[in-house]
Design a protein around this ligand. Structure first.
Ligand code: B12
Ligand code: SF4
Length: 477
């Protein structure tokens, strides 16, 4: 029987990250992939179901798949979402065992052997960059050609796991189409990030660059993207910003880029944006390294003029020794400079910290807490060192038997996964709670913050200082 050419991208029901409050993100990865398939395979019928936005639980998803009768079901997730991806495939197979199930993304790219063994409901794993491989795979399946010729996939055949050769990366990211927001247009009003931009501010994710040329030991991103940083041109990025703003009213725009690389893109982005009307309407969020910010105060001031509103940066720890161990390549002093520059330019500063390094003790984490207070970022997010598959840290931790919790649902950086040399996993979890309590629990500081003139700051502190976040962290102990 000839297979129909209907493919369904699924954003499955997921648990959200309670730390950042109430939000509903657009399924950015699926939109990026769907746009490419739509352009390259115009005869293929594409649908996206976003279970969060459509308020579908697992039963609802099953009914949706049954009623739309796709021949392929595709989904994406990172480590903490691995089981929800597998469950999506399982449900597709329950509806109709002939549905071909395809998954991709960081987690599956680094665990193809393990994932295919644990989840027989997954037919194909697309490793690494998805666009070209996915189009090749769909075409090959529909035309019943030889699967082994598709580069960059892993699958099982006759109980044997096959990994085809890695596919080379796309050289020109400008060649990619805009993400397919038109396929989720009915949900546009639902995508929001209350704490970061307000409940009614349209929230969209866009991609300017892929990868990173640094090699931090706890991070998957450089490895996933072949240790390279590739960017779209400034014109293309700004065209995309303008398009999202003018077509869908996107205001809070979140760059998915792992590394802003101001030294290369700061000036061209400013020059492009300053000529566009949308600069007065958008609220741009991006992630930058603290050394990059510290070295480019002029560019931060310029990017503020054209809508930059919130910057997230990985400060990680106060200990230079641990920073070196992480291969982070920054100096603790850079963080003071970066925070000062963001403050001077009235940009919301979000500092990320990691606790639970092997040599961490109660005292060293106390020092990290004091350092985080001393830096005075607008918001501090503390996380536990998490051995994500694909990181060099994971390899070390696995070899040394440090990984105590192998339940991937807990790999959300809020659960302690490992002990340290002197702290048990429970003690690391307690320390994490203490970090939040110290930063957000001070009554006097919070009264000042909650009375801030800035409405978003008030919302944020009310959320963080409120019992909800602290209580959630306490319950994890
Ligand atoms: C935006 C974002 C979010 C958004 C929501 C994302 C969403 N749409 O659901 C929010 C803010 C909610 C979020 C939350 C979290 N996030 Co987040 N997030 C990102 C970010 C910055 C961008 C995601 C994105 O759009 N990428 C762009 C796309 C194109 O890249 P991609 O997903 O890798 O997809 C490509 C390939 O991998 C492949 N592919 C991927 N999936 C599939 C599927 C198929 C079928 C195929 C064929 C191919 C394919 O093709 C794509 C195109 O080439 C990434 C960092 C990053 N740059 O990816 C972190 C990241 C994914 N988040 C991360 C984490 C840890 C989290 C949190 C757990 C905690 C936290 N600290 O934020 C929570 C978990 C929430 C939850 N329960 O799901 C980590 C994951 C690490 C890991 N290895 O698991 C990342 C990598 C950040 C980092 N630097 O470590 N996140
Ligand atoms: S943590 Fe940041 S700087 Fe380090 S490798 Fe990952 S993306 Fe690059």
């Amino acid at each position: 029987m000839q297979m129909n050419s209907k493919i369904l991208f699924v954003e499955p029901p997921r648990n959200f990250w309670f730390v950042m409050g109430e939000y509903l993100p657009p399924p950015s990865t699926l939109l990026i992939l769907a746009a490419y398939v739509e352009r390259e395979l115009p005869d293929v019928e594409i649908d996206i179901v976003d279970c969060q936005a459509d308020r579908l639980d697992w039963n609802g998803l099953e009914k949706y798949i049954a009623s739309t009768d796709p021949s392929m079901v595709l989904t994406s997730g990172f480590t903490t979402n691995a089981y929800s991806c597998a469950r999506t495939c399982e449900i597709a197979k329950t509806v109709n065992e002939d549905i071909v199930t395809i998954v991709g993304g960081i987690h599956f790219s680094f665990t193809p052997e393990e994932s295919l063994q644990s989840f027989p409901e997954i037919d194909y794993i697309v490793r690494g960059e998805g666009e070209l491989t996915l189009v090749d795979l769909i075409r090959t399946i529909l035309n019943e050609k030889k699967i082994n010729d598709v580069l960059g996939i892993s699958f099982q055949k006759n109980k044997k796991i096959i990994h085809t050769q890695q596919r080379p990366l796309i050289e020109n990211l400008d060649s990619l189409p805009y993400p397919a927001y038109h396929l989720v247009e009915k949900n546009m009003k639902r995508y929001h990030f209350t704490m970061m931009a307000g409940r009614n501010t349209p929230y969209m994710i866009l991609e300017g660059a892929r990868g990173c040329e640094h090699q931090c030991s706890f991070c998957t991103q450089w490895n996933h993207w072949g240790s390279r940083w590739r960017t779209k041109s400034a014109k293309r990025i700004v065209d995309e910003i303008e398009f999202l703003n003018e077509t869908y009213g996107g205001v809070f725009l979140w760059f998915s880029d792992d590394h802003m690389k101001l030294s290369v893109r700061g000036k061209p982005l400013y020059n492009e944006l300053r000529q566009r009307r949308c600069k007065d309407d958008v609220m741009l969020f991006f992630q930058a390294r603290i050394d990059d910010i510290a070295r480019h105060p002029d560019l931060i001031a310029k990017l503020r003029e054209v809508g930059t509103y919130w910057i997230l940066c990985g400060v990680e720890t106060d200990s230079q020794e641990i920073l070196n161990e992480y291969k982070k390549g920054i100096k603790t002093q850079d963080a003071y400079e970066a925070m000062k520059i963001m403050k001077q330019n009235d940009i919301f500063s979000q500092a990320m910290f990691i606790i639970g390094a092997r040599r961490d003790t109660h005292e060293s984490i106390q020092r990290l807490r004091e350092y985080s207070l001393d830096l005075t970022p607008d918001i501090s997010i503390y996380t536990t060192l998490t051995p994500f598959p694909g990181t060099t840290y994971y390899e070390t931790a696995k070899k040394n038997g440090w990984i105590e919790d192998t339940n991937y649902s807990n790999y959300d950086m809020a659960h302690a996964i490992m002990s340290t040399e002197s702290l048990t996993r429970k003690e690391v979890q307690e320390e994490l709670w203490r970090c939040y309590r110290t930063f957000y629990g001070s009554l006097t500081k919070n009264i000042v913050r909650v009375l801030s003139k800035n409405k978003l700051k008030r919302t944020l502190y009310r959320h963080m200082a409120g019992q909800f976040v602290l209580e959630k962290f306490r319950r994890l102990i």
